[in-house]
Design a protein. Structure first.
Ligand SMILES: [Zn+2]
Length: 521
């Protein structure tokens, strides 16, 4: 009883302002059958909770900036964070709390702290007393200066199909950087998650959503575009230097972003990085366009197996608030060298990212997953694309049965291949999982203990499995090898797998698979 009334009170004290955009991270059941049946249509789009209105006015900024120069002389330093769990802990079960703290918040923050540097704050002075309705006093208790403070909180919204939402509350008076935020967990949804199950696939999914929301909180948010600065002098860039509208679409034109769009898509005339236009107020304008950026972590709806690419790090660099370490960008193959058309959000089946036959089975664009040709995405302008049904890295009834019947295997080195052998297991299946590697421009896969070599893209290779004859169709070798992940244990979800197949562990984690905790100094 106390529990509920507290939550209702909390809900009522949140300020709701129109036109301000904080994304909800939606709950997306990781259930294979539902993906193809269009379960996304059940999502509710709601008006968004926003920050308190205590952002300092522009006129106070210049003076404060001179203080910054004096005190820090522009020294980028690792971001220091502080989290207050006191508005969350009493409302969740012990094992839920441990999961949220140890498996989600700590590693997500560890990533940001490792990958980003900031101009350090010189004091813990805040204008706000509250953030998202919650007092910030507990954040200040330790007396340690921090660069980002996060209040964790609980909510209970059985009507809302979201599980996590964020609010940015205050900008640093010196640099304009967001320094306070609240992350709210919707218990009505989160209570359905089995947090005891040691399921790395689910954990990866929740962790990616947590990071997504944190990245909004620290900068990727249309509310914050007007506050982006030039890192050299902390002067506001102005919206015209952040976004450009071209043929009715909005593009991020921050130099670090534009630069990478040109290189990645091989398009010298690119306008910028296209922003999502669909999805309403809580998505449009502050996510990457789904068609152009596919499984990038900052696209609108949850998408299986998302990656933090250099584009999101470049946006954070472009804010003027962060200095990213780009070695922490994950391999991102969507749209690689596809040319200018894709940068404008037009999809075409000439690109491998998209598919023609509804519900046909195939492989995800990053080759990690058995996939179906999916058409129900509100963000994809009617384009169909390969969407994950079963990740070859993680065992499921479906992929185990398929692998067994096609001479394949499930595991961290397994990838999806098109094979005629699959139809003997399930009538409509066209793909299966095989352990594979990239060696000298060739893809070598293991079919029931025999090496099969793909030396050219699209090559159809005969394979024999017992008495059965079949074929395997080779992937686009350049793309396949560009995003090949074969890091040990997928870096235990505590690091990122970089191009030479080594784990770069997040701060606080050690070992070749990032599984060890760094002893505290
Ligand atoms: Zn979002």
């Amino acid at each position: 009883m106390i529990f509920l009334s507290t939550l209702i009170k909390i809900g009522a004290s949140l300020v709701v302002l129109s036109g301000l955009t904080i994304c909800y991270t939606y709950y997306y059941p990781n259930n294979n059958s539902e993906i193809l049946e269009g379960s996304l249509s059940t999502y509710q789009r709601e008006q968004v909770v926003s920050r308190d209105s205590e952002i300092p006015v522009e006129s106070t900024l210049n003076h404060e900036r001179s203080i910054l120069k004096k005190h820090t002389a522009g020294n980028w330093s690792p971001m220091r964070t502080q989290v207050d769990y006191s508005n969350l802990e009493p409302f969740v079960k012990k094992n839920q709390f441990a999961f949220i703290k140890e498996n989600l918040i700590t590693p997500a923050l560890a990533f940001l702290q490792t990958a980003l540097k900031v101009y350090p704050r010189i004091s813990n002075t805040f204008v706000s007393q509250k953030c998202g309705g919650y007092s910030i006093q507990n954040l200040l208790k330790t007396g340690q200066i921090f660069d980002l403070g996060i209040l964790m909180a609980a909510s209970n919204d059985p009507q809302g199909n979201w599980w996590l939402r964020g609010v940015s509350c205050e900008l640093d008076r010196v640099t304009n950087r967001p320094i306070l935020g609240t992350l709210q967990i919707n218990l009505a949804i989160f209570n359905q998650v089995n947090v005891d199950k040691n399921n790395n696939e689910e954990w990866e999914y929740w962790l990616q959503q947590t990071l997504h929301e944190m990245i909004h909180l620290i900068g990727f948010n249309s509310v914050l575009y007007p506050y982006y600065v030039n890192a050299n002098d902390n002067k506001v860039l102005g919206l015209d230097n952040v976004i450009r509208t071209f043929k009715n679409r909005q593009y991020i034109i921050l130099p670090p972003v534009l630069d990478r769009v040109k290189r990645h898509f091989s398009c010298n005339s690119a306008v910028g990085a296209l922003l999502e236009e669909n999805g309403g107020q809580d998505i449009a304008g502050f996510h990457w366009e789904r068609v152009t950026f596919g499984n990038e972590i900052m696209t609108g709806d949850p998408f299986p197996d998302q990656v933090i690419s250099e584009f999101t790090l470049a946006l954070l660099e472009g804010t003027g608030w962060y200095l990213p370490n780009y070695t922490y960008a994950q391999n991102f193959g969507w749209g690689l060298d596809d040319g200018c058309t894709l940068t404008t959000g037009a999809c075409s089946v000439v690109y491998e990212e998209f598919c023609k036959v509804k519900d046909q089975s195939g492989c995800s664009n990053n080759f990690n997953s058995l996939s179906g040709c999916y058409t129900g995405d509100q963000l994809s302008q009617g384009c169909s694309y390969w969407r994950e049904q079963s990740d070859c890295r993680f065992k499921s009834d479906y992929n185990e049965k398929l692998a067994k019947g096609t001479g394949g295997s499930i595991g961290m080195n397994s990838q999806c291949f098109i094979t005629s052998l699959a139809q003997d297991v399930f009538a409509n299946a066209r793909s299966s999982c095989y352990s594979s590697q990239c060696v000298n421009g060739k893809v070598i896969l293991d079919v029931n203990g025999t090496s099969v070599i793909c030396s050219s893209s699209g090559q159809v290779t005969s394979v024999k499995l017992g008495q059965k004859n079949g074929t395997i169709t080779c992937p686009d070798i350049t793309k396949f090898c560009a995003q090949f992940r074969s890091c040990p244990n997928n870096c235990s979800n505590r690091g990122v797998c970089i191009s030479n197949n080594t784990c770069k562990c997040w701060s606080g984690y050690l070992g070749n698979d990032c599984s060890q905790r760094q002893p505290s100094a």
